[in-house]
Design a protein around this ligand. Structure first.
Ligand SMILES: Nc1ncnc2c1ncn2[C@@H]1O[C@H](COP(=O)(O)OP(=O)(O)OP(=O)(O)O)[C@@H](O)[C@H]1O
Length: 256
């Protein structure tokens, strides 16, 4: 698998405090990769540098071989890097399909107008995106009455409208019930497999991480202490020390 993202010795200092300290890694095409670590490890800082919200103090970021270090978020997004956030950003007063149509209008660079004709635009295409996340039956429901897990699936459909080749997901399952979390990540794993999209995600739920990731990176105090498959990471003494004070291993999980 060739790489889609490469990060070289990335650093971020907040007034002299190194929140991210010389992190290097790559994400392959079609890979589902997790970035985990305890609170304050530097995961969000790292993500924000990849998406252009934060300028690195040092280091470089390359997407599809091109340097994107310090580029504006909109430029990085236009190149094909999508993002989902911890808090969903759907328009509550609109229906499910209208939210997807809005994203498609933005993707096709159409000026949005609230006229009745606007809602005929991209309806069929929007429906296909809803099918991808199994929400076609909820197309005409207002977002305000959706269950939280459905909002997360809708947010995923919206992110896919821009046809990202790399999707960054910051704690995609935050706030969800444990069973719904594994379900959502199964959906993401299916999309990775079927569409060849690459996904890098941060997550606190280890069941989700170990069930679905191809590779897992562990960040601790701004430094990458592991980058490998589930078995290698589970058996890494430094990782065990960070998570469990050197105690028992993570629960065994089968790979998706
Ligand atoms: N704007 C800021 N100014 C100063 N320090 C910051 C700033 N943002 C983050 N930090 C510090 O940098 C470190 C890394 O924070 P970051 O939010 O990246 O960690 P995280 O791994 O995403 O944590 P969590 O899992 O709790 O979201 C923390 O010690 C945090 O307090």
């Amino acid at each position: 698998m060739s790489e889609i993202l490469r990060v070289e010795t990335l650093k971020k200092s907040y007034d002299g405090f190194l929140a991210v300290n010389g992190v290097s890694f790559s994400v392959a095409k079609g890979e589902l990769k997790a970035l985990i670590g305890p609170n304050g490890a530097g995961k969000s800082t790292c993500f924000n540098m990849l998406m252009g919200q934060l300028k690195p103090t040092e280091g470089e970021v390359f997407f599809e071989g091109e340097r994107i270090t310090g580029h504006k978020p909109r430029d990085i997004w236009r190149r094909g890097v999508g993002r989902t956030f911890q808090i969903t950003g759907t328009y509550q007063s609109m229906t499910v399909i209208e939210n997807v149509q809005m994203a498609l209008m933005s993707h096709h660079r159409k000026i949005f107008s609230f006229g009745s004709r606007a809602w005929k635009l991209y309806r069929e295409e929007a429906f296909e995106f809803l099918e991808t996340v199994s929400m076609q039956d909820q197309a005409d429901r207002p977002c305000s009455i959706l269950a939280y897990g459905d909002l997360k699936r809708l947010e995923l459909a919206i992110a896919l409208c821009h046809r990202p080749r790399l999707l960054l997901m910051d704690e995609p399952t935050a706030g969800m019930a444990p069973s719904a979390r594994v379900e959502l990540m199964q959906l993401v794993a299916d999309i990775v497999r079927d569409q060849g999209v690459s996904v890098l995600f941060t997550e606190h739920d280890m069941d989700v991480v170990f069930a679905h990731s191809h590779h897992i990176m562990v960040l601790n105090r701004g430094e990458l202490i592991a980058d490998g498959d589930a078995t290698a990471v589970r058996n890494n003494p430094q990782v065990q020390e960070v998570y469990l004070g050197g105690g028992t291993l993570f629960k065994e999980e089968s790979h998706a």
